[in-house]
Write a protein that binds this ligand. Structure first.
Ligand code: FES
Length: 505
């Protein structure tokens, strides 16, 4: 019997493409649950055999998306890929004595439309749950999915294989093995540091895919952020020497940018975005040893998404005879990473809830430009990127709220202020932006997609960053909209507008 409180997951039809899905729920008060939906029966419509369980193993936190499913006489169990503990899909119990949460699933016909719909029992630690992510899990072996990116859903775009893209003066081809022959990384954090130090864009993508797959399937069984001497991220990830890195103001801007220039700028952002996903794990994991495994699963998924985005854009660039690396790029996104390198709260606020949320605002306009140019293939790519980016802002929101909760617990424990201490996430976000951002949080806003990601207008409306402008030759560059003819100061001003330029604003 399902309890009265339940959550609509999706129409049954929408989950027949795969047999397992990553499912994320959010309550109206900002609680999150990361879950896995399993569909076990090939007889998908009459008896789909659906189960939902928590996405992380209660033993040491492995992701259960790639758990083996084994059937016994009267039960079905999910076997954790790390240490092979098994959990009954109905009861969540394991013979080891541990147990995980499972949720009853039902298929019901909608009384009005007659559509078959999948419902699940609602978690008890919140109300008004909604699905914020439902994405299929790739089940093939790593080397079978390396080109097609079956996770998330197979794209309508045929990716060009790496070997077809390489016939250019730009050395996109990986020159080293994906897994180094000497001292290969043993933990997930060692992989993070290696990938951040990998300048070759193709190798960065291949290593990301390998490391995430290895993490999910139990080839790597340690995150490695709690060790006494964790790997350190580089101050700024290196780039290939052939990349022409220039000041942001030197990048072609304005309304008349051609499609290749825009795609190249976006591919550059995706390369930095891969690095940002790895950097947040390896930089802040050791600083916050209480970060749960779900944090690493979420940002691993993000790193994989960004590498998929880069590959899709690179394939589009190749089709426009503009290989990645043939145009100048800038590194201004890393300026925000450097600025927020001391505080996880600041990093989540500025990179994921300001920069990435801004992407949600401007992506539809960018897609429209490509649509008007008749470039359907690029529109398809940008649509995939956009829907993934909503989930990335969701991830930023989830862990920002988690950090606020931790701060609240700490203050209650240490300050003796009892229940009076309340770390309000909206106030905390606005404080971070005032401290670490310059100028207005600019609209117009994509209110609908921001809301899907958890960002209600109270977070970002009428908000202005108050960070002072840097000193250049003893003067403050105080007004970003006015250039003073001073070359050094103008570069500072240009850097502030760089991200807007990349999106074609
Ligand atoms: S059995 Fe799952 S992490 Fe150990």
């Amino acid at each position: 019997m399902m309890s009265e409180s339940r959550v609509l997951i999706s129409p049954l039809q929408d989950i027949l493409s795969h047999s397992r899905f990553i499912l994320t729920l959010r309550s109206d008060t900002g609680n999150y649950h990361g879950l896995i939906l399993f569909r076990l029966s090939a007889d998908s419509t009459s008896n789909p055999q659906l189960y939902v369980m928590e996405a992380t193993c209660p033993h040491l936190g492995a992701e259960m998306s790639h758990a083996d499913i084994e059937e016994y006489e009267d039960s079905v169990v999910a076997v954790c890929p790390w240490h092979r503990y098994d959990f009954d899909l109905k009861t969540g119990k394991s013979e080891t004595g541990l147990s995980t949460c499972t949720y009853a699933v039902q298929v019901k016909s909608d009384s009005q439309s007659g559509e078959e719909q999948v419902w699940m029992a609602a978690p008890e630690d919140g109300k008004n749950w909604r699905v914020v992510e439902l994405r299929p899990v790739s089940e093939g072996p790593f080397f079978a999915v390396r080109i097609e990116f079956a996770d998330p859903p197979p794209s309508p775009i045929k990716l060009t294989s790496a070997s077809n893209v390489i016939a250019t003066p730009f050395a996109l081809e990986a020159t080293e093995p994906v897994v180094p022959e000497k001292d290969p990384p043993k933990t997930f954090m060692e992989w993070a540091a290696l990938i951040l130090n990998t300048p070759n864009p193709t190798l960065k993508v291949e290593r990301t895919r390998y490391a995430v797959h290895a993490f999910r399937t139990g080839i790597i069984t340690s995150i490695g952020h709690k060790v006494s001497d964790p790997p350190r991220p580089p101050p700024q990830p290196p780039r290939e020497t052939y990349m022409n890195i220039v000041e942001p103001g030197k990048i072609q801007s304005g309304k008349r940018k051609n499609r290749a220039v825009m795609l190249h700028a976006l591919a550059n952002i995706e390369q930095w975005a891969i690095d940002l996903a790895w950097d947040i794990m390896v930089r802040f994991g050791p600083m916050h040893k209480d970060l749960p495994p779900a944090f690493f699963s979420d940002f691993a998924k993000m790193a994989l998404d960004e590498s998929k985005h880069f590959s899709l854009l690179r394939a589009r660039l190749a089709s426009l005879s503009t290989p990645y690396g043939s145009l100048p790029v800038h590194a201004s996104l890393w300026d925000s990473a450097t600025l927020t390198s001391k505080s996880l709260l600041s990093r989540l606020a500025i990179i994921h809830l300001v920069h990435e949320a801004r992407g949600l605002d401007v992506n539809p306009k960018t897609m429209e430009k490509f649509r008007k140019a008749g470039d359907k293939e690029s529109v398809d790519v940008l649509e995939i990127i956009h829907s993934d980016e909503v989930t990335h802002v969701t991830t930023g929101h989830r862990w920002f709220l988690w950090m606020c909760e931790q701060q609240q617990k700490k203050m209650r424990g240490e300050g003796g202020e009892g229940g009076l201490v309340d770390v309000d996430p909206v106030k905390a976000f606005r404080d971070e932006v005032r401290r670490c951002w310059r100028g207005d949080i600019k609209g117009p806003f994509n209110i609908e997609d921001r809301e899907k990601a958890g960002l209600s207008p109270e977070f970002y409306e009428n908000l202005r960053g108050e960070m002072p402008y840097p000193e250049v030759d003893g003067r403050l560059a105080q007004n970003p909209s006015v250039k003073g003819g001073d070359e050094k100061m103008d570069r500072v001003v240009d850097a502030l507008a760089a991200v807007r330029v990349d999106y074609g604003e």
